[in-house]
Write a protein of this length. Sequence first.
Length: 85
Amino acid sequence: MSDLTRRTRSRAPRRRFWVEVVVGGLSAALALLTLVTREWIELLVGVDPDGGDGSVEWLLVLGLAVVALVLGVLARGEWRRTVAA
């Protein structure tokens, strides 16, 4: 195989890329869902952990948004590594 062929051939993304994309997407979707309707948490677990003041929901939105951003950056790096290879 020539050097030019080796440089122009792109590799398929690793499983890590797909895990980062899926989990990051789910985190972003749950963060948006929590912004739209905060009652899904109480319906899912059957308990109102913050007594109705919404602090747990805001912490959840913040945490999920951070997870989505970090995984998005990691997935982008993984994608660039795949295309550059």
